[in-house]
Design a protein around this ligand. Structure first.
Ligand code: ADP
Ligand code: MG
Length: 242
């Protein structure tokens, strides 16, 4: 039996004349932390949006637990069990931290929470995992950048996803916040959530990911164990230049 939980097949995304993602196959294994790396403009965020169901491919298919979800609306994909955070965090600034996460609990949830009480429970559970339970009543705008990123993670987690996709959650964080976020991601994974992380910080992915896929100019150039991918000549050249 295949242990692939989320799979993109021959995914291509064009923006006018630009091919941002070209014929990429990516298979996310149940329980893993898969890293998606590549230099700026390589197509990481676009591939991320395609497999998260946020953006529709020009060609190719996306399947979740063997079911085709390519043309399902983004909201259905969340309900099915795939949740994503975004590179740019956009909390509802005037709403409380708890209310922000309750939006996640209502928006996509399996099984759907019955009423405010259940949504509040799911939200508090996610906040506890993300170390934000004591900030539940604060307005979102009062959080540090690190706190806002964890809030974004909590919001996605409150949908109880099977696969959590994270786009550059470490960007802009100081070393302490980075370490704390890496611990948080490991803890979420250990609780049984499969994780796909787009990351620019190669040192971080080396220690975190079980497997890495490297993109260069919209194409997958190599995938495998972190040490091997990060030492691959095509990856080194893409990051450092020839
Ligand atoms: P990465 O996340 O690896 O930096 P992106 O997926 O954001 O790369 O972008 C890949 C390429 O697609 C870039 O050349 C970018 O300018 C282009 N691109 C991304 N999103 C859009 C869009 N919505 N419209 C037009 N071009 C886009
Ligand atoms: Mg990006």
């Amino acid at each position: 039996m295949s242990d692939v939980v989320l799979e993109g097949t021959a995914l291509t995304k064009r923006f006018g004349g630009l091919v941002a993602v070209s014929e990429v196959h990516v298979a996310v294994q149940r329980g893993e932390i898969l890293g998606l790396i590549g230099p700026n403009g390589a197509g990481k965020s676009t591939l991320f949006r395609l497999i998260a169901g946020i953006m529709k491919p020009t060609a190719g298919r996306v399947a979740f637990r063997g079911r085709d979800i390519t043309n399902r609306p983004a909201h259905d994909v969340v309900v099915a069990g795939v949740a994503a955070t975004h590179q740019i965090v956009r909390p509802f600034r005037e709403m409380s931290v708890l209310e922000n996460v309750m939006v996640g609990a209502f928006f996509g949830h399996r099984p759907r929470p019955r009423g405010v009480h259940r949504a509040r429970e799911a939200a508090m559970e996610a906040l506890t995992v993300c170390d934000l339970a004591d900030r539940a009543a604060s307005p979102a705008r009062a959080l540090t950048l690190g706190g806002q990123k964890w809030l974004e993670v909590a919001r996605a987690l409150a949908t109880r996803p099977e696969v959590l996709l994270l786009d550059e959650v470490l960007a802009g964080l100081n070393p302490t916040e980075t370490d704390r976020t890496l611990e948080l991601i490991r803890a979420i994974n250990e609780r049984g959530t499969t994780i796909v992380i787009v990351e620019h910080n190669l040192r971080a992915v080396r220690g975190l990911c079980s497997r890495i896929v490297a993109l260069v100019q919209g194409r997958k150039v190599v995938e495998g164990a972190p040490e091997a991918v990060l030492a691959d000549e095509r990856v080194v050249t893409a990051y450092l230049g020839p």
